[in-house]
Write a protein that binds this ligand. Structure first.
Ligand SMILES: Nc1nc2c(ncn2[C@@H]2O[C@H](COP(=O)(O)OP(=O)(O)O)[C@@H](O)[C@H]2O)c(=O)[nH]1
Ligand SMILES: [Mg+2]
Length: 485
């Protein structure tokens, strides 16, 4: 945990790179800067510096030095920053030089941010958002992380908490002066009105179909289907690289292969799975088991079949998969069909869809409307069908457009989500449950119990922003951080 050691680390990416940024934070940061460069520059002014080894005086590099005296720094402590040339040997020599200085040690993962949190520079939701910002792979994720870093949830939580504290003060006044004649009777009613309004506001924030959490995790699309249908070829085509092994032999793919995509700004994880079939081979059987498991948990399943084999469906569903989730049928290898056959197959796939002559666009909007996550179970079975050739690329654009629209529907929303982590959800649920208990008619005459529930609700909000009880969550949160952050 927190000691008063001065910490240092390479904060920029892995060398070699044009520039490597080494940060130093703690009480001896200034001394360290002087030992390496001979002087301490003006605060917050980028200054040329010759970096030397403090013992041998051997020159290491020419760099830019920056000095941020406490408390006006990222961590709230004295911070020095060296912008060096990002070569492996330059960085290694600089870090070695720093470790020779007494009172300095390498930083642990997330330790700079942890100190910023401990010095009140960041609240817990901002710390989490910082981790999300660093990990963001798409613009949608970046926007959400930045909003959260700028206090979207913190500001709401703080305002809720302040209102609760005021309501609590009313009730406590009522308890303290219960016997005195001139205390106004109507202290409890305004407090209850506040609790009622807050409960509603918090519950509205919670009623978001988990959009924020989903955007962090991305939409999971599993490619599944019988062996040799071209699943791995499809994955490679979409990923634009050879992520999965393609072969004419059935049963090639065993492990689940994962590719991260950015579809129109939305994060999508595409999974290639083993062909689903009965097999004697224990490794393939395990592959099939994993394929079923991942497909069953996916947000969309692309069921790939060879377009020349129309019998893809039985009464129970497709390939033994639970079909209550969006399941799209992809007829692959259409390049192998005769032109005449192709038309017929397209016609029959449209007839398979519920809305008969629906065009492709209306089909998509039908799926998106009908498949709102909260009433997913109303629609079952295949919802969209595609004719593609994973080999030639025909039809892939339409499939990607549909996936991007589905991702936008699934992950986006008219308003940005306030809740972006399970931790937020749990604590807001705790707060709203306490408020609901406070509002129960049985508590009307029990001001002491009422006060206790309001206190519990306030405490949940304080834990949300990390004002109390942080020890047990810090380690979990900082596990996601890298060294130098
Ligand atoms: N002609 C043609 N062949 C394909 C197409 N997609 C896949 N294949 C071939 O089908 C075989 C099986 O492909 P693969 O992607 O390994 O199928 P998987 O077992 O479903 O993963 C390979 O020989 C591929 O080259 C396609 O669209 N057209
Ligand atoms: Mg395969």
């Amino acid at each position: 945990m927190h000691d008063d050691a001065t910490i240092f680390a390479l904060s920029s990416g892995r060398p070699p790179a044009a520039i490597g940024v080494v940060r130093i934070s703690g009480p001896r940061a200034g001394e360290a800067l002087r030992a390496l460069t001979g002087r301490i520059p003006e605060p917050r002014m980028a200054t040329f510096a010759r970096v030397c080894d403090p013992e041998s005086r051997e020159p290491i590099d020419e760099a830019l030095a920056l000095w941020f005296p406490a408390p006006r720094s990222e961590t709230g402590e004295d911070v020095a920053e060296l912008q060096l040339h990002g070569g492996r040997a330059v960085i290694a020599a600089t870090l070695a030089a720093l470790s020779k200085i007494e009172g300095l040690r390498p930083a642990e993962a997330g330790e700079f941010t942890r100190r910023a949190f401990e010095n009140g520079k960041l609240d817990l939701t901002a710390v989490e958002a910082l981790a999300d910002l660093v990990m963001a792979e798409t613009q949608g994720q970046r926007r959400q992380a930045l909003r959260q870093m700028q206090g979207a949830l913190r500001l709401s939580a703080e305002s809720w908490r302040e209102q609760l504290v005021r309501a609590l003060a009313l009730i406590e006044a009522r308890i303290d002066f219960a016997d005195e004649a001139d205390v106004p009777e109507n202290l409890v009613e305004p407090a209850l009105a506040t609790a009622r309004a807050l409960a509603q506001e918090i519950e509205t924030a919670l009623r978001d179909d988990r959009r924020g959490e989903r955007l962090r995790e991305g939409m999971v699309v599993a490619i599944a289907g019988p062996p040799n249908a071209g699943k791995s070829t499809l994955l490679n085509r979409i990923a634009r690289r050879d992520a999965a092994i393609v072969s004419p032999y059935a049963g090639t793919t065993r492990d689940v292969i994962e590719v991260h995509l950015d579809l129109a700004g939305w994060p999508v994880t595409l999974l290639d799975t083993a062909g689903i079939r009965e097999s004697e081979d224990p490794i393939e059987r395990e592959g099939v088991r994993r394929a079923r498991e991942r497909a069953a948990a996916a947000d969309v399943v692309l069921w790939v079949v060879d377009a020349r084999e129309p019998a893809w469906r039985d009464e129970t569903g497709v390939g033994g998969l639970p079909v209550e989730r969006p399941l799209w049928i992809v007829h692959n290898k259409i390049d192998l069909l005769e032109a005449a056959d192709r038309n017929e197959s397209m016609l029959s796939s449209i007839e398979n869809c519920e809305s008969g002559r629906a065009t492709y666009e209306t089909l998509i909007s039908m799926v998106n409307k009908g498949l709102a996550p909260s009433h997913e179970s109303k629609f079952t079975g295949a919802e969209l069908e595609f004719n593609v050739s994973a080999s030639t690329g025909t039809g892939i654009e339409s499939l990607l457009t549909a996936l991007a629209q589905r991702a936008e529907y699934f992950l986006g929303g008219s308003e940005p989500a306030l809740v972006t982590r399970e931790r937020h959800r749990r604590l807001l649920e705790e707060a709203s449950a306490a408020l609901r208990r406070a509002l129960a008619p049985t508590l009307v005459q029990r001001e002491d119990l009422l006060a206790e529930e309001l206190r519990l609700a306030a405490r949940a909000l304080e834990r949300l922003i990390g004002r109390v009880d942080v020890e047990d969550v810090l380690d979990v949160i900082f596990r996601d951080f890298c060294i130098g952050k």
